[in-house]
Design a protein around this ligand. Structure first.
Ligand code: ARG
Ligand code: GLU
Length: 656
């Protein structure tokens, strides 16, 4: 009873305005709607400085880097900063035993030493505009959702073809916002000659490794440097020795003044995916089913990898990248699950839905939340099966190979895969009803008397066996599971289209922002620490002193390069800032995003969030949601003191 009262009291203070301070990922083209608030919080520039189609603006200095990161221009000669983990695969590709740039870092001494990266592109946003009326032209209320989607696709294609006719690297996309209540056209110019200029050793760029990932205090020098090249006409061109450094319309000036708690900050980048307006049942599923089950499956998988990685240096190298990518989401989900519970997100949303339904009586929104709950109830069992396929069946490389996916032999260690096979197939079999499994699976299981060890031996000894299992599972997944999930998800989206509109009418005073979808956004907030636990306060700035405190040659993640120890021992750098926290609302995809101050000058590079706040993909809590940025002054320090590459400073512009 006491607990109920407490929950009720908490609800009362939490249900007030749903949009709390500093929440939001805003569309640059509509930033004029937020600029008053930004200026009130300290921003000194105008909306036109952030986004303009008539004059050079900060948007011209931001790029989508590769397929899922952000980068920023920092010189008039195409120089670009992003994260080390965003450049990682390129740095790796240039590395060999003789030149291990991952281990030792890389610094191009001259332009001729800059390394091309086939396949790597960057996209500048030329403009974005609301094209809802254009893509819905010809829409009739009696159309089915499939017909509506066909229409949107057709209209969008026509519009996009017209624009892409220009060539010259022009690319377009039309994106649905608010579940298809609005559509925006994005016009990009894509450059495809992007060269590696510099990267710190991984012991700096990945300092802290998986141990510190998603955590504060953080001391990772997570940056790498590239340069965009263009044809002599400054337009996109295939790689050629005749290409010249790209001359951007705008590049960022670098602030050396530093940051302190309370300073205004904003992040300009490409957040990937959020779900801020979903039903309590969607959150409940994530918190009670999806996150805990996926965490458990990955814990088992990571433990198996680690067992062998700890035994052999060669295996550690083979599996470090796989381990990192499995561990990254695994750790994030743990923070998310905790955060959702701690913030009572499910009951708070339920309370909101109750008030919404009271308001909706007699409107076209009446009963929406009940119907959503029913659809989730119908979707969840098969969606759970869908997730299990992804986390178990598809976690086995032998099965992936049987499905036709390329598994690199040089990064493959069979004893790990065998143990993962047994653990994951057992989990799959135990968790799911037989109706979610292909007949071949059930028959073969019977043949082996349910003994997964024996089945495993046969799969790994006999390629035919492996292939048959892989094909059966893949076919069942893609024909029986995925299409049903897709259909149910579509019905849910359709309800959300109305529910979204309903929420906007229900709370006309609230400022809404569209969920992230890897399009360019602005988030703003301030430098601020947080309280992760009772009686503990985390200050928002970390320093070199903390690196030295963590330094330990016996711990791989904390073994810093000798040169850093020497520099520190020489003195004068103990207070060198390394990373800082701020309240900007970011998510995956914001990696590499420029973090700017009130004057629009570069103060940092975003690379992570704090673990306790990762529920911000669903609900942003200003008390605890923090983004983690590399302090640009640490980047400058590493370039100069570690890389001796301060000739790069000549093309940058510094202000203080
Ligand atoms: N957590 C950050 C992100 O989501 C960094 C990931 C890369 N670093 C790592 N230690 N795995 O991308
Ligand atoms: N490291 C993440 C990325 O690659 C950013 C962290 C996050 O905010 O999710 O985009």
């Amino acid at each position: 009873m006491k607990r109920r009262l407490l929950a009720a009291a908490l609800l009362l203070c939490m249900t007030a305005p749903l949009l709390k301070a500093d929440e939001g990922m805003w569309l640059p083209a509509l930033i004029s709607q937020r600029i008053g608030d930004m200026q009130a919080k300290g921003f000194k520039l105008t909306a036109e400085d952030i986004y303009s189609v008539n004059q050079a603006s900060l948007k011209d200095a931001v790029v989508l880097f590769g397929s899922g990161c952000t980068g920023e221009l920092v010189s008039g000669e195409g120089l670009l900063f992003t994260n080390h983990h965003c450049g990682y695969s390129y740095i790796q590709r240039h590395s060999s035993v003789e030149h291990d740039y991952l281990k030792d870092g890389f610094w191009a001494l001259t332009r001729a030493d800059e390394l091309p990266n086939p396949g790597l592109t960057v996209r500048f946003l030329e403009r974005m505009e609301d094209v809802t009326a254009v893509v819905l032209k010809g829409y009739k209320a009696k159309m089915t959702e499939d017909q509506r989607q066909e229409l949107v696709k057709k209209n969008a294609r026509k519009l996009r073809d017209q624009i892409e006719k220009e060539g010259n690297g022009i690319k377009t996309s039309v994106e649905a916002l608010y579940y298809g209540n609005q559509y925006f056209l994005f016009v990009f110019r894509e450059y495809r000659d992007v060269r590696l200029v510099g990267a710190p050793p991984s012991s700096i760029g990945k300092f802290g490794g998986e141990t510190d990932n998603w955590m504060w205090p953080r001391h990772t020098g997570d940056f790498s440097i590239f340069r965009i090249y263009a044809g002599p006409d400054n337009l996109p061109a295939d790689y050629s020795v005749d290409n010249v450094p790209y001359r951007p319309k705008k590049f960022m000036k670098i602030s050396t003044a530093g940051v302190k708690e309370g300073d205004f900050t904003f992040v300009y980048g490409c957040p990937g995916s959020t779900q801020e307006y979903v039903h309590s049942e969607a959150v409940r599923y994530i918190q009670d089913v999806s996150d805990p089950e996926k965490i458990a499956l990955r814990t088992a998988r990571l433990n198996l990898m680690k067992k062998y990685m700890d035994q052999s240096q060669a295996v550690r190298i083979q599996y470090s990248s796989k381990y990192a990518s499995v561990a990254n989401a695994w750790k994030k989900w743990q923070g998310e699950e905790k955060g959702l519970r701690k913030n009572l997100v499910v009951p708070v949303k339920q309370e909101y839905e109750k008030r919404f339904e009271e308001w909706a009586v007699g409107t076209r929104y009446e009963g929406l939340t009940t119907r959503l709950a029913q659809l989730y109830a119908a979707r969840n069992p098969i969606y759970r099966a869908y997730e299990y396929y992804n986390e178990t069946v598809r976690a086995v490389e032998k099965i992936q190979k049987g499905m036709g996916r390329v598994v690199l032999a040089k990064d493959y260690y069979q004893p790990i895969d065998e143990e993962i096979f047994v653990a994951m197939m057992e989990a799959f079999d135990k968790a799911l009803d037989d109706s979610y499994k292909p007949a071949y699976f059930l028959e073969t299981r019977a043949e082996f008397g349910g003994n997964m060890e024996v089945w495993k031996d046969s799969v790994f000894a006999n390629p035919e066996r492996a292939k048959a299992l892989a094909v059966a599972l893949d076919k069942h997944y893609s024909q029986q599971i995925a299409p049903v999930v897709k259909e149910l998800s579509q019905s849910i989206t359709l309800l959300y289209r109305d529910y979204m509109q309903g929420q906007m009418e229900f709370e006309p005073q609230k400022a809404f922002y569209p969920d992230a979808n890897l399009t360019l956004r602005v988030a703003y907030g301030k430098v601020e620490g947080y309280q992760p636990l009772d009686a503990v306060y985390y200050r928002p700035v970390s320093t070199l002193k903390g690196i030295i405190e963590k330094d330990n040659p016996d711990i791989f993640d904390y073994n810093i390069p000798q040169v850093l120890r020497d520099i520190y021992a020489r003195g004068g750098f103990q207070d060198q800032p390394v990373c800082f926290l701020a309240t900007n609302h970011t998510t995956g995809g914001n990696s590499g995003s420029p973090v700017l101050n009130a004057d629009g000058h570069l103060i940092g590079i975003n690379f992570d969030r704090v673990w306790e706040g990762t529920m911000s993909d669903l609900v942003f809590d200003p008390e605890i949601c923090r983004n983690i940025s590399l302090d640009v002054r640490y980047l400058l320090f590493v370039i100069k003191e570690v890389g001796h590459a301060d000739y790069l400073f000549n093309e940058m512009v510094f202000v203080n």
